[in-house]
Write a protein that binds this ligand. Structure first.
Ligand code: CP3
Length: 343
């Protein structure tokens, strides 16, 4: 089946396009009243994630409502720890919690990994297939996963944290165990992303949301080699690496075999181009809080961002859209990108 609006895929492949494609990280869920209405009828977040029919519905809502150039499958990065043997709970208004965490070598040994672990995520693959059927080629479907470091951070810490100091402690005190854990997570991520692509995902994004809390040395040692393994294993579709806060290793991210590099809003576009180097498409990076401003202000800030990036760019925010963002602000952002033309 051909994709009617394939602007995202053409841009990611480095082709000449008339304007940048636009989508928003965390566009599925969080902001749309349609999402909240559906969510309120259910027992909780996990029911939505684990019911392919509903996940497909939520995935397509922003395509219908906002006119974005891509859909991103509704799911969560935390399905991977669960598949490996550490189930998560999503606590209302607080976020994720892991009743069991990784504390010892035995805990790491007990985790399942690779294809065995990934096979249990059949509901995600079915959601991807169902979404593709319903999209019927309107826009490409993005698949995603958390990066090994970000997942390890949750698996050791057990919940969100400002510092992730328990997870960082493991890096400083038992390097070998940290590497074993990262490798098991990576094996699972590779099998998972490959199956997502076989199910129909047309681009995959790796979210390293907690990249910015590591030192440059730690990031090089513990995070980049594993992201590199993932990029090497995914050969059928473009890969986006979004390491939030990791401006200090953009030169090395530029050397990964990925096609797109995601940027947070702290990174100036011109410096990012210089650091990442030639041959990569950049994605981002408007401050999510910019969307609280008046539509005219959003329009000029968005145009300035597009001018600063120039060609080889996928328009997005610098992190996920915040839950209390006014829909008019989101629409002003999307509409400005869609009206833009390269000179
Ligand atoms: O981009 C999309 O719209 C697809 C869906 C998606 C979700 N989570 C759904 C979700 C994606 C891509 C994610 C990724 C994710 N999950 C990340 C990486 C991206 C980032 O923001 O840095 C992280 C760190 C998580 C872990 C997670 N899941 C947290 C910390 C929370 C609680 C806070 C929150 O609202 O995000 C979640 C829950 C979650 N995941 C929700 C949604 C729509 C909110 C659940 C609800 O409806 O109550």
């Amino acid at each position: 089946m051909s994709t009617t609006n394939d602007l995202l895929l053409r841009t990611a492949r480095g082709e000449q396009v008339e304007r940048p494609p636009v989508w928003l990280m965390r566009q599925a869920g969080r902001i749309l009243p349609q999402y909240r209405a559906l969510r309120n009828r259910l027992s909780g977040f996990k029911e939505l994630v684990e019911t392919p029919d509903l996940a497909a519905e939520v995935t397509i809502q922003p395509v219908d409502e906002l006119g974005v150039d891509a859909a991103i499958i509704f799911s969560d990065i935390l399905v991977i720890p669960e598949a490996m043997g550490l189930p998560y709970e999503m606590i209302e208004k607080r976020g994720p919690n892991f009743p069991k965490v990784i504390e010892s070598a035995k805990d790491v040994e007990r985790l399942s990994d690779g294809e065995d672990a990934a096979a249990s995520l059949h509901y995600v693959y079915e959601a991807v297939r169902e979404t593709k059927r319903r999209l019927n080629g309107r826009v490409p479907l993005i698949g995603f996963a958390g990066a090994p470091w970000t997942l390890m951070a949750y698996m050791v810490e057990g919940s969100g944290s400002k510092t992730f100091s328990k997870a960082k402690r493991l890096l400083y005190t038992d390097e070998q165990l940290a590497h074993q854990l990262m490798q098991k997570i990576t094996n699972t991520l590779i099998a998972y992303l490959q199956e997502k692509v076989r199910s129909g995902a047309q681009l995959v994004q790796v979210f390293d949301s907690w990249a910015g809390i590591l030192s440059p040395e730690q990031y090089r040692r513990f995070a980049l080699p594993y992201i590199g393994q993932i990029c090497e294993a995914i050969t059928e579709v473009p890969v986006t690496v979004f390491s939030k806060g990791a401006w200090f290793v953009l030169d090395q991210i530029g050397e990964l075999p990925c096609q797109v590099v995601g940027l947070d809003w702290n990174t100036p576009p011109a410096l990012a181009r210089k650091w990442v180097g030639e041959g990569k498409v950049l994605q981002g990076n408007l401050d999510p809080c910019q969307l609280y401003a008046l539509p005219e202000t959003i329009q000029s800030a968005t145009t300035a961002m597009l001018d600063a990036f120039g060609r080889g760019h996928i328009a997005n925010l610098g992190h996920g859209v915040y839950p209390d963002t006014p829909l008019d602000g989101v629409k002003a952002f999307v509409d400005t990108v869609k009206a833009y033309r390269y000179k």
